[in-house]
Design a protein. Structure first.
Ligand code: UD1
Length: 432
């Protein structure tokens, strides 16, 4: 209820971004949304308390807390930490309204099945950026011995036999899906025997999950590479003070904010290897980037056009395609931006065009010809990362850009306007 009310509120809100102000100083990166969400679902695997730190303050985190509470998990949240105790689960069926608004909550099917031997989870449904199937998640659970049926929009999974325990298996994914890898990994840690996940997603968030599971007593190796091996164990214990990795997508957005405003800036904490492809492209387009430990200093020069193609990690992330396109709208020359992960993730093109950008669409490729200056306009962030792209475009545009679609932005950026304002931007939330 609280979550629904919050998003109703943010439906009416706008960010007024006054363009042309240089940024300076340091932008601090919060914990990774996509890691935190899946680590929270891992709490379902143990009767003992898991305590996570570096938790970002986001509506998606509130949504996941609500889902876990509905399943019987005790949740207590501090400033940037969360304690989750799944001592006694009172259900294996998270409610539709909550799952529908938060795709990552579907991944709870893995730990529920591993812990209880049964789960009933609504299909997450389509979303604006593409169809987003869960075929691979289901195929993996079946390989581990579950009987899975999809009927009337609900996925029902159960482990036959009296022991209710999944059995280790070799699983070769058709595509390296992040969610499928995480779902199968969480199911396999409590299975009987050894499992391998081949063609696994190599994203840092998968590695973060494996590290948490190992600190709970699981035996997972190879995460971060294409083959993950899991030796099943009978039970997992709790853990305390597990820090979520820094959000590489938020960090990349900040680096692009520096580049689009042509401002030198420090972004930290960052795990630089998580952003290699992005840092390379920023260097290619004219930014000097210096890395010292977990601090990245960016000094933009003249920005020239470069091409990008989105790919699974370690390639250029789809979640930074829209922010990078905003930057390319202000570059010298023509860049070709190809979206290879989601079939419908170019809706921000029309919004950027409203700001004077020169972009031609050819299927899932955008050909962006840089313009001397963008001009402010009322625009809408059509999804989370598109909303961030609109804010970036607004930072460099002439005039005041009014960005709608904040319910998306608030899902994944921890107090973006406060962080940008502290670095010298003029960004104000207009609450009617
Ligand atoms: C995760 C991230 C999301 C990011 C995406 C890709 C979370 C909570 N979200 O989403 O921010 O944009 O990774 O980096 O971590 N696919 C199939 N069949 C399947 C599953 C996926 O074909 O069964 C395809 C999808 O259609 C898509 C691609 O695989 O084209 C990547 O999807 P996936 O890695 O599953 O994304 P998510 O885990 O949902």
């Amino acid at each position: 209820m609280v979550v629904a009310e919050a998003s109703q509120e943010s439906l009416k809100q706008r960010l007024n971004v006054s363009g042309g102000h240089a940024l300076k100083g340091t932008l601090r990166v919060s914990g990774a949304k996509n890691s935190a969400l899946v680590l929270m679902t891992a709490s379902l695997l143990s009767e003992e308390t898991i305590e996570l730190t570096n938790i970002p303050s986001l509506t998606d985190i509130d949504g996941m807390s609500a889902i876990l509470e509905a399943l019987g998990v005790q949740v207590s949240q501090g400033a940037d930490r969360i304690r989750l105790t799944a001592a006694e689960l009172n259900g294996s069926a998270p409610p539709y309204e909550l799952v529908n608004s938060l795709r990552a909550s579907f991944f709870s099917i893995g730990p529920l099945l591993g812990r209880l031997g049964h789960a009933r989870v609504p299909l997450p449904g389509g979303c604006r950026i593409g169809a987003r199937p869960v075929v691979e998640h289901i195929r993996g659970l079946k390989a581990l011995g579950a009987v899975v049926n999809v009927e009337h929009g609900i996925v029902t999974a159960s482990v036959p036999g009296s022991k209710k325990r999944l059995t280790g298996a070799q699983i070769v994914l058709d595509c390296p899906s992040v969610g499928a890898t995480e779902t199968i990994l969480m199911a396999a840690v409590l299975a009987d025997g050894v499992s391998t996940i081949e063609n696994a997603a190599q994203e840092p968030e998968v590695q973060d999950l494996a590290n948490l599971l190992n600190s709970m007593g699981a035996q997972v190796s190879g995460a971060g590479g294409p083959v993950i091996t899991v030796q099943g164990v009978e039970r997992l214990r709790g853990c305390s003070n597990y820090p979520v990795i820094p959000d590489r997508i938020e960090a990349g957005t900040f680096l692009m904010a520096a580049a689009i405003t042509r401002s030198p800036l420090v972004v930290e904490p960052v795990i630089p290897e998580h952003l290699s492809a992005v840092i390379q492209k920023l260097r290619d387009c004219g930014c000097s980037i210096e890395i010292k430990g977990r601090a990245v200093t960016i000094t933009p020069g003249e920005i020239t056009a470069v091409d990008i193609t989105t790919q699974p990690f370690p390639g250029f992330p789809t979640d930074l395609q829209a922010p990078f396109m905003a930057l390319m709208c202000t570059a010298k020359g023509t860049s070709v931006i190809s979206e290879k992960i989601y079939e419908n993730r170019l809706q921000h093109v029309a919004e950027l065009q409203r700001m004077g950008a020169s972009i031609r669409l050819e299927g899932s490729t955008a050909i962006v010809e840089g313009v001397a200056q963008l001009s402010a306009a009322p625009v809408t962030g059509t999804d989370l990362r598109a909303a961030a792209a609109m804010v970036l475009a607004g930072l460099s545009a002439k005039g005041i850009t009014e960005v709608a679609g904040l319910k998306h932005l608030d899902r994944g950026y921890d107090d973006l306007e406060a962080k940008l304002s502290a670095a010298g931007a003029e960004v104000k939330r207009n609450i009617p």
